[in-house]
Design a protein around this ligand. Structure first.
Ligand SMILES: [Fe+2]
Length: 244
């Protein structure tokens, strides 16, 4: 465990251009182990390729809401039409075996003392959003390990619990003090929404107790082209360049 270097990545959202750039960086950074916070598919145009890459990593993966929508038999009438169109399209791109893989993903998982969840541990199947320390409080009641990684908002962030109080800390390279709990949002590989279009993921080194937030430029134009060629809503291509 001590010599391991973890890459924690999620919200890939079928963006193969971004994912390949991130995996290249992981290799350069000496990553030994991968953890995935879910939402491998949805929004962008290469769900099959992204699933294949993630499965090749042979790592823990948890269920994101898009993984869930694509692989469940949920009626899409309640979704906004753009979202429903992409989910329908994605369902058609995947094999039955791939759909079953997504359907069987766990909503949360603890591996080597680290918890993974797409949204929050108080209701992993509810896919609630955490944007502030108050929303993180309910989660911390159910976080039993010192460290938990999540995603879902597509905005990197650190939440800290110490002496019963919860704090929000802006994403930054951070040495984790002993005796506190951390709930860390790793941001999004394939559709960042914090105003920065660069791909986001986190490197965690247990030996140094360091968390590093990586941001990487990738070929946004190539990803946009794939979205448009697939006939997906143009807004999904536009937002990639804006980081929204
Ligand atoms: Fe997502």
């Amino acid at each position: 465990m001590a010599d391991r270097v973890f890459a924690v990545l999620g919200d890939i959202h079928a963006n193969i251009d971004a994912l390949e750039r991130v995996l290249e960086d992981c290799r350069a950074q000496g990553v030994t182990d991968y953890l995935c916070t879910g939402d491998v598919v949805g929004y962008n145009a290469r769900p099959h390729e992204c699933l294949q890459k993630i499965r090749e990593l042979n790592c823990p993966v948890v269920m994101g809401n898009h993984d869930h929508y694509v692989s469940s038999r949920q009626n899409l009438a309640d979704f906004n039409p753009h979202a429903a169109a992409v989910i329908e399209w994605t369902r058609k791109q995947l094999s039955v075996e791939e759909i079953m893989y997504l359907r069987n993903l766990p909503f949360s998982k603890t591996s080597m003392g680290i918890t993974l969840v797409h949204s929050t541990m108080d209701n992993p199947e509810g896919f609630g959003y955490v944007f502030d320390h108050l929303q993180a409080e309910a989660h911390f009641v159910h976080q039993v390990t010192p460290l938990c990684f999540h995603g879902h908002t597509h905005c990197p962030m650190i939440y800290e619990k110490q002496m019963g109080a919860v704090y929000r800390i802006d994403a930054q390279d951070f040495k984790l003090p002993v005796g506190r709990k951390y709930f860390i949002n790793v941001g999004s590989v394939g559709q960042p929404r914090d105003g920065d279009p660069r791909s986001a993921y986190v490197i965690y080194s247990p030996k140094e107790r360091m968390v590093r937030f990586r941001r990487l430029e990738y070929d946004v134009a190539a990803a946009q082209k794939k979205v448009l060629e697939a006939g997906l809503p143009p807004r999904l291509a536009e937002r990639l360049a804006l980081g929204q």
